[in-house]
Design a protein around this ligand. Sequence first.
Ligand SMILES: [Mn+2]
Length: 424
Amino acid sequence: MQVEKYSIDNYNEGLLNDHKRRLDYTVSTITNAEKIIAKLKEFQVAIPSWALGTGGTRFGRFSGGGEPRNLEEKIEDIGLLHKLNQSSGAISLHIPWDIPENASHIKALAAQNGLRFDAMNSNTFQDQPDQALSYKFGSLQNVNKAVRQQAIDHNIEVIKYGVELGSTSLTVWLSDGSCFPGQLNFREAFQHTLAGLQEIYKALPDDWKIFVEYKAFEPNFYSTTVGDWGQSYLYASKLGPKAYTLVDLGHHLPNANIEQIVSLLLMEEKLGGFHFNDSKYGDDDLTAGSIKPYQLFLIFNELVEGMDAKGMDHVTDMGWMIDASHNVKDPLEDLLQSVEAIMLSYAQALSVDRKALKEAQQNNDVVAAQEILQNTFRTDLRSLVAEARLRAGGVLDPVGFFRNEKVRAKLIKNRGAKTVATGL
Ligand SMILES: [Mn+2]
């Protein structure tokens, strides 16, 4: 769906006075507003191709209307998000759900929408209709060599699709593991998986990275073969310099200290990718920042501090992506909310007084350290995020605009009320 520049300008015009008043106040309360706005303008979060439709659970899926019917329409939806927030300028493809049949056409369409191709995602956690061998008992870990080879071949095929589109990274998430004690020899499962990843690693072009994503549990409930950041780090270290760990916020056991995990991975230069979502219990895949916004800020605080310590580029040296499911909300509104929460946490992390925090740490001044972090967290920086969006040509209030323009109703009119996007 096309959104015209004049409708964005008209909408912004009505909100401008209020916005300026809030912005002036915020700028007067912090020291580095211009620097933060400049950083926010650059920062981009990739949207996965499977996030545009309604998500479901094993109990059911309640599809909404106007869902994208093919890859072209998914690209158009992400293009729309990017037009509104100017911070969703990348798409992450899942193979085989979204195979680009005509790569040059897909590449051109993405470029028209201001999008680049982020990490490619392989899938060896499901069986496809035309697949020769089953992944029921795992893919790269499988006791059957032919199954392992099939999974290796699939990942190499995904790299080939990515090369055609100009992507430069592959995310591998394996559901491999076991459901019952005794089912697996842990060491053998690890070694098979490592050997498979090594074959995939060999197929990576020189400028590519591979991200090894871990997950504590589900669909396997007794053991997971890439179950935590330690195991992922072990694979990534053994694979070589192009291999990195990917942290998905939902893939930890309850109460894990994710901020500490990202800090240490950055120290070892092994954090390569990041998936945003939020959860109350496990891998709930809820809107980023909807349940634990303070934790999201604390994680960003470590990301910014750790990346700066290594001289990393916040935009290009990490694969940032939303990995959430939208079971009850309009997926596009939900994604706008997630990106907003991510940008706000990033802005807050950029405004932490690092010198004062360092001093508090050196003096063991625990109270001062808490004051610094919580004062920053409680300072309302939403107007900075809006200002960055405005300067980049976006909308002051993306969700408000989406509703005002009746975007979903228009998508239903164009695509139909009973469309179901590919995905889980
Ligand atoms: Mn993920």
